[in-house]
Design a protein around this ligand. Structure first.
Ligand SMILES: NS(=O)(=O)c1ccc(C(=O)N2CCN(Cc3ccccc3)C2)cc1
Ligand SMILES: [Zn+2]
Length: 262
């Protein structure tokens, strides 16, 4: 029942346009970021992440990624500044990754991918009544993208990887209170920004993308834990390891890529 898109040969990114024609639209994401082509813009200031009073609720496997959801009933945790006209509320964060030894980020930088990419999804509650409504509006969402590169263990990522066993199968979820994603931010918030879309169906062209230049460092062991997850449900006959859940870069078309700080 419902739409059955995925990341496989038959139902993957190259097939999404049949059910979601906007896949061939003019502001699709991700893109290949070419730093030399990113324009500085004096009207672009720093971004501010006000996550101190954030309330994480649960961690879940939605069959496409692992998602941590937040209480978004008020402006307790928001992103503001930068290209945004008002605060956007934190709704959830999730990751994209590949199979061992491959690049699993969605955005690439001068043609080079990172091991993984973290997306912190925020919505424009000042203008729209619900996340679903905002997700279909051109200025409805703001997604903060953070690259993950391989190196030493990340000192706080274990709080997430230790919980993955509870959400191994599609449709599973578990309480996940007291997690503040501030611990997943790099030391500086210099960024690229452009107008784009959701990188998964329904691919709505509703996202103001803010991609941080500085990656965070995680270990191969930690990233490998994500591959214990399954795309498939507990009852499904064939096991499908959750990996390669990334969309490749899409045409920039007539868009302007801007940056804050060299
Ligand atoms: N990879 S990404 O950061 O671009 C991203 C992907 C998915 C989502 C997300 O939460 N949803 C996409 C829309 N869907 C719900 C929905 C809303 C309106 C209409 C139909 C369905 C949930 C957010 C960000
Ligand atoms: Zn994403």
């Amino acid at each position: 029942t419902g739409h059955h898109w995925g990341y496989g040969k038959e139902d993957g990114p190259s097939a999404w346009h049949t059910e979601y024609p906007v896949a061939k639209g003019n502001r699709q994401s991700p893109i290949d970021i070419i730093p030399d082509e990113a324009r500085r813009d004096s009207s672009l200031g720093p971004i501010f992440l006000k996550y101190d009073r954030c309330t994480s609720l649960n961690i879940a496997n939605n069959g496409h990624s692992v998602v941590v959801e937040f209480n978004d009933s008020d402006d307790r945790s928001v992103i503001q500044g930068g290209p945004l006209d008002n605060p956007y509320r934190l709704k959830q964060f999730h990751f994209h990754w590949a199979e061992k030894g491959c690049e699993g980020s969605e955005h690439t930088v001068a043609g080079v991918g990172y091991a993984s990419e973290l997306h912190l999804v925020h919505w424009n509650a000042a203008k729209y009544k619900t996340f679903e409504e905002a997700a279909t509006a051109p200025d409805g969402l703001a997604v903060l993208g953070i690259f993950l590169e391989l190196g030493d263990d990340h000192r706080w990522l274990h709080m997430i990887t230790d919980a993955l066993y509870m959400v191994k199968f599609k449709g599973s979820s578990s309480d996940f209170k007291g997690f503040n994603p501030k611990c997943l931010l790099p030391s500086n918030l210099h960024y690229w920004t452009y107008l784009g879309s959701l990188t998964t169906p329904p691919l709505h062209e509703s996202v103001i993308w803010i991609v941080l230049k500085e990656p965070i460092v995680v270990s191969e062991k930690q990233l490998g834990m994500f591959r214990l997850l399954q795309f498939s449900g507990e009852e499904d006959s064939q096991r499908m390891r959750m990996e390669n859940n990334f969309r490749p870069p899409q045409p920039l078309k007539e868009r302007l890529l801007r940056q804050f700080k060299q």
